[in-house]
Design a protein around this ligand. Sequence first.
Ligand SMILES: [Zn+2]
Length: 422
Amino acid sequence: MTELSADWVLPVDGPPIENGRVRFEDGVITEVGAGRAERHFEHAAILPGFVNAHSHLEYSLYAGFGDGTAFGPWIETHMERKGLLTPEDMLALARRGVADSLASGITTTADYSFSGAAVQAAGELGLRAIVYLEVFGGDLDVAAQRFAGLQASLPVSPLVQIGVSPHAPYTCSLELYRWCLSLGIPVGTHLAESADENEWLQHGTGPLSAIAPFLQPPSGLRAVATLEPVLGPDLLCSHCVEVDGAEIGLLAERDVPVAHCPRSNALLGCGIAPLADLRAAGVRVGLGTDSPASTPSFDLFDELRTAIVLARARQQRPEALLADEALALATRDAARALRIDDQVGTLTPGKCADLTVVSLADSPYHPVEDPAAAVVFGGSPERVIETIVDGQTRYRSEDETQWREVRSTASAARRRMLAPRR
Ligand SMILES: [Zn+2]
């Protein structure tokens, strides 16, 4: 039995507990309540580990590639540079992504993986994950072969569940989506991320023409309408920036889960997803960092603040997203979107012992008045003291030697992708 306490415990399934305690045994939470343990974290909060609703762990060091270019050329740059990597490089980068996630307090991630390297990396370093293996195109045999080949090459880990990701409506046929959904495993895609996507799908024009050989022929419809025949509760849709009122209504009616990635959408110039409208319509929304291919980091605290800043700016209302609601988006709600809320997302007896301990000392929010605001506005990866997955400590800030090898190998892989200097 392990017992931890802190000045604050935020179970997320109920109000914050001042001087709270969490007990767990064999990886399962057994008790959450008031009390002090022998291991007490002063000036700190214990919260459910973050559930990241959208990541690409193997793009951990793609930071800055194609920055400032349109969505089409941006994808093109990434495809080119990815082609310079060996499978070992991809594994090194995925390990770095796992390390950075754990250091940011993330205990579960929903990862779309091109090479499948995320499976091994998450299993080794102890991050809970659903890894959606990416498939593309319109040829079912080619996609099925790619999926089976990847799956057979991957190790099995109790923390990792395998899913499949038909990439997007402009790169995959509806038939491929139907096949993925028939497999009975988690399915995730990218949907309505950019206006460029709608332009290609409706008219076959625009910046995505740059990668036309990899694209599906235009459907003549917007992205949501293109996928309408397959939209349902089993298809996790990342982004959903370019959705109008009727499309939001359809997503709600079909109970389609959405991963909201505000930093990625903003930095790629795609826009601000209508988070308040999606939530008001009853759509299951979780927060996701996406990857350093588009965002600077797997820093979920930065994502939380960006979600709040952009929701309030878009709606012109300060209550468009409150701190405790944002925290729920990155824990309880993300777990609901991924349909794993019976296992993770809140500090509830019977759920997995996935916890994050965050220091609040010397932040502008300390002494604490509202602990959710202190964590969300005052938190950062530098303030994460410890990350626990399945009852096991997977990250401790005081251990500075952890992952030294992981970092240097990943840096070497990034160096190979850098544009040659003239
Ligand atoms: Zn993505």
